[in-house]
Design a protein around this ligand. Sequence first.
Ligand SMILES: NC(=O)c1ccc[n+]([C@@H]2O[C@H](COP(=O)([O-])OP(=O)(O)OC[C@H]3O[C@@H](n4cnc5c(N)ncnc54)[C@H](OP(=O)(O)O)[C@@H]3O)[C@@H](O)[C@H]2O)c1
Length: 325
Amino acid sequence: MEQRKLGGLTCSAVGFGCMGLSQAYGPADEDASVLAIRTALDAGVTLLDTAMSYGAGHNERLVGRAIAGRREEVVLATKFGIVRTDQGVGLDAHPDRVAGYCDASLQRLGVAVIDLYYLHRVDPDVPLAETIGAMASLVEAGKVRHLGLSEVSPAQIEEAKAVHPIAAIEFEWSLSWREPEDDVVPAARAAGAGLVPYSPLGRGLLTGKLPTGPFAPGDFRATDGRFAGDALDRNLTLVGELTRIAEKRGVTTGQLALAWLLARGRDVVPIPGTRNHARVAENAAAADITLSADDLATLEAAAPRGAWTGDRRSFAAHGTTRTTA
Ligand SMILES: NC(=O)c1ccc[n+]([C@@H]2O[C@H](COP(=O)([O-])OP(=O)(O)OC[C@H]3O[C@@H](n4cnc5c(N)ncnc54)[C@H](OP(=O)(O)O)[C@@H]3O)[C@@H](O)[C@H]2O)c1
């Protein structure tokens, strides 16, 4: 697979997001999840994206099991800062506790070093520079190779970069969620950081294969306004347009959505997630699709930025208690 650069880090053009193997889209089978991760590696995916909060540690243990004996094939990204327990979900990025979170992740993952260590969410009770300072100490200690930020503003990118180089910024970006193009994308590029779009398939919307009927228990789309009522109907009409274009091209709708992101620059590495190993291979194969300027114009005309309905903030605004990632 094509290799791309996230700051000073080299990885596959398409990564694999592991969150759904432990939370967010309904139940997942443990062995099928391990197969999904190994299928990603077999397809040439190197970037695996996990977090200490995903399944409250379950996801990192699962990734550790899947990559045992294959560590050298993996660019391993994990995150700290969201703390998920039986009591609920909160934020903690206090500098005194960063090293402990990192050690616990290393242990669950069964590795000696993390390639890309993200601050998952800025802790409003802690100056960002202090959190980044503690993360920089992990690089000095050889426990972490590169630093990343997730869900940050342009000002926070600047503030963090003043303390330590930032290799990657992770944020929601897809054909159906375009707002970061106005601020986060240019700010990340100005800081020399790579772009890691999460939910690049629009949380499944852009595959044209959303489950029919009500979402399964625990599926966080049940509370996301983009997946309900008239908003969903309008969004599915746009997805239908994308499907017509994909069929003409001989690719799937989801592959077209990933190829659109890949065409936004060689510093873009989307991390689609799925519990299904056949879909892992399908998503990884999007790296082989090249879209021309004409193709991109056709897509923009068929599903313009302003035509999508619903706001992810109607969901995210609930803050820490509703943070699902
Ligand atoms: N930093 C953050 O705050 C943050 C937030 C959210 C996510 N993330 C990361 O980004 C990764 C990806 O995001 P995401 O999982 O939310 O969204 P996504 O990749 O846009 O979509 C995942 C959904 O699409 C479905 N899907 C995937 N491939 C498919 C295919 N080829 N055909 C049909 N359906 C398909 C999956 O269902 P099945 O499982 O049933 O296939 C799942 O419901 C996560 O795993 C996580 O690592 C980070």
